[in-house]
Ligand binder design. Sequence first.
Ligand code: URA
Length: 482
Amino acid sequence: MTAMQNVSLGSHYAVHLPAPDDFAFWRERARGLIQCDVPPDRVSWILPGGTGDLFASEGPSRSEKRLPVPPADPRAVRASQRFLTIARSAALHSDPARFGLLYRVLWRLQSNPRLMEDKADPEVRRLEELAKSVRRDAHKMHAFVRFREVQEEDGTPHFVAWFEPDHHIVRAEAAFFMRRFANMRWSILTPCGSIHWDGEVMREGPPARREDAPGDDPVEDLWRSYYASIFNPARLKVGAMLSEMPKKYWKNLPEAELIPALIAGAQAREAGMVRAGERQERVRPATLAEVAQGAAACRDCPIAECGTRAVAGEGAQQAPLMIVGEQPGDQEDIAGRPFVGPAGQLLDEYMQAAGIDLSSAYVTNAVKHFKFAWKGKHRLHQSPGAKEIDTCRWWLEAERALVQPRLVLALGASAARGLLGRTVSVTRERGRAIRLDDGAELWVTVHPSYLLRLDGAAREEQAALFADDLAAVRARLALLAG
Ligand code: URA
C-alpha cells in the first residue's frame, strides 16, 4: 500500500516526540508527513508523558513506526525562513498544542507560501505569540539567573543557580551561558531539568527543586551593590519595571530585596541628581568603593558590555606606589581582582626580586572591563583602543586622586596613555620620571605579558631591562619616602 492510499483510507497517525523541545525531530517528521499528503487533522503530536495535540483521538495508530513512508521522489516542502525562525522558538512553548499548530501552519504554507505575512490570520498570530513568549522567557533567563558559589570536594569553586522558566528553554539557552561563563564551572537547576558545565563538557541532569540550590552567599553582595549602583531613579517607571522584572523572579534575585527601598527613595535621589546637574557633570567618587561601584555601572564605552564585571583596583587608600596595568584579563574578569592571572604572577616575581612589596601598593588598570573576542570557547584578549582608554581615564584619575601615590608605575603603553592622555612610546619614556599634574612621578615600563610572549634571548634581554626599571623604581621610592 502506498502512502497516498494510506491517507485516502483515512488513517490517523500519532507522532511521539522524544523531548518537549525537540524541534529537529518535529521538523523531520512533519516534512515526511507533508510529503505523504497527510492533513493536519489526521496527525496527533504526543509529548513525553502523553499530552499533546489529540486531534486524532479516534485514530487506531499510536505507533511511530506506522507513519507513512514518503515516496522515492518526494516533493520539496515549502517553509519560509520566517516560518522556521518563528517555529523554532514556538516549539519551546509550554502550550501542549504547539506542535499541532506548527504542522497546521506548515501544511497551509504549501498552498499559500505568503501565509506568514498575513498578520490577521489567527494561526499565524498565535504562532507569533508563542514565539514571543518564548523569547521573553529566554531574555528573563539571561537577565535573572544568579549564581551562588559553592566549593567542590577538591575546593574548586562551582557556581549554582536556580531558575524557573515558563517554557522549555533550558537546553536551548545552554549555549548562551556556556559562552558567557566559559571558564567557570556552573550548574543551572530548574524544575524541568538541569544543565551542568565543567569548563569543557555540557551535561544534562534531572529536574531539581529549589532546595537543591544554595541560598545566600558573598556573590549576592556583588549583585546587590551592582544593582543599587545602576538603579536610576530618574528613569523609574514602576509599571515598566514590573513587566521587565516580574515579581515571580524576585525571590531568586538578591537585589530584589532592595527594590522597595529604592523605589521609596527614588524621588529624593532624583532631586539629588537634578541638583548634581543630571550627572552630565559626574560627581567625583569620595571613596574607592564608590569608584568600584561607578565603574561597574559605567556604560560610556562598548567594552562595558564585555566580560563579567568591572575589575576595580586593589590596595591601600594611601599607598605610596600605584601600579597601573592595561585591563583585566580572562582570569581577572572571573575573579573580579586585578593581576591574579599569569601576568600577575610574573609581576609578583619581578617585584619581589626588586624588593618592592606589592602588598603595600595600589594595583589597578587603565581600563576596568575585559575586552576580548571569542575563539571557540576561549575569550581572547583584545587591546583596548585609544578612545576606550581615554573614556576610562576618568575612573583612573578618580583612583589616583583618592590614593595620592608618590610614584605611579605604568605597565605598557595603554597604561601610560591612561595616565597621560596621549600616545606614549615605552622605549622612549622608560627609565626616567615624568612629572604628573599633582606632583607625583610617573615611571613607564613594559607590561609583564609582553615578556610572556617572548622567548629565548629576546626574553632574557627584555626581562633584564624590566628588572632594571623596577630596580630604579624601588630606589626612587626609597628616596621619595625619605
Ligand atoms: N593584565 C593587566 O594589564 N591587568 C590585569 O589585571 C591582568 C593582566
